[in-house]
Design a protein around this ligand. Sequence first.
Ligand SMILES: *[C@@H]1O[C@H](CO)[C@@H](O)[C@H](O)[C@H]1NC(C)=O
Length: 416
Amino acid sequence: MQMLVLLSYLITLVLVESSVYFQEQFTDGDAWKTRWVESKHRSDYGQFVLSAGKFYGDAEQDKGLQTSQDAHFYSSSARFEPFSNQGKTLVIQFTVKHEQNIDCGGGYVKLFPADLDQADMHGDSNYNIMFGPDICGPGTKKVHFIINYKGNNYLINKDIRCKDDEYSHLYTLILNPDNTYEVKIDNKKVESGSLEEDWDILPPKKIKDPEAVKPDDWDERERVEDPDDKKPEDWDRPENIADPDAKKPEDWDDEMDGEWEPPVISNPDYKGEWKPRKIDNSKYQGIWVHPEIDNPDYSSDSEIYSFHSIGVIGLDLWQVKSGTIFDNFLITDDATLAEEVGNDTWGQTKDPEKKMKESQEEHERIQLETEEMSRKEDTKDELEEDKEDEDELDEEDDEDAGEEKEEEVDSIKDEL
Ligand SMILES: *[C@@H]1O[C@H](CO)[C@@H](O)[C@H](O)[C@H]1NC(C)=O
């Protein structure tokens, strides 16, 4: 009996065994060049180089593909055994390190169908999914998540913020066969939801009934003027009146100055335009709501998440300031495995990497301070030297003056 339980447990284990479709950690020197194909669509693509960067956790483990030329397009891709994610979870994961303090540039990957011509990969090549950070100035700092559905690319409606510091970050996309998704950064969920709700992929389920029209006599006025309110008899007064206090000057000459008219002032009794008071409208019907009907163009699709062929992962991006390092690519059907791999790669690197950067910065600070101090010393020495020179000159002047005096005295003596 126990044997049977154990056996069925083992079978379950085997059945749920996870698939890793692609994994790339760049730990075998230049061999990555045999796996990654640079597109020839343009002749001026920037070069990816293998590098762990200026600071890292492990000089070998943390090597990845680094963009090496400013203001260039980059376009390289790697192929793997094609698969379909139908009925399965799809996980895309990788690390991005913008160690150059990026101003503007892509940090995302694209998953392509197996029929992609890698040598001709370019911005308009048909892809399945685009995912990862994109930064351009202070305005754009987001995680792209674009899904291709029946030949069209659809952007997520939500705004997912990406990391914009100089450290390594782990980006994970989990696409589930129930048409839900989750986005994680550094192994923490930052967004999740449903493909149908968070993208405008399918037409809306309900539309406004085209047959329904608001009745002409529909009363949407919440308050109306009180018909019983009457303007008081004494309401109307002129806005301006002749100043009653003004007096015709004594020396006013009607013939010379014309007829005297008092100055006009604003009337203190003027009440403005009369308006009847407002009361609640007894016929108020509320704001008319356009009735909705089921959209005849809508049909649900439980397989938005599903791609029949996934066979290439590519970096197809533009960078103004280069230096970004891509590493630890993983495509699998197992979110837990991805989390584990994330822990073993990014998780191991993040603290030592930070420490190294901080100690480099500390080093730099001390060096700057030392330089600054020795510069100050130098200036002080120079000033002192100048001072000494001046003193010497003064002394010489004094000596010269003395000699001159003596000569003068001597010559006078001679004359005498
Ligand atoms: C990854 O690391 C975190 C933090 O240490 C831990 O909570 C989590 O369980 C780990 N995940 C896996 C799958 O090992």
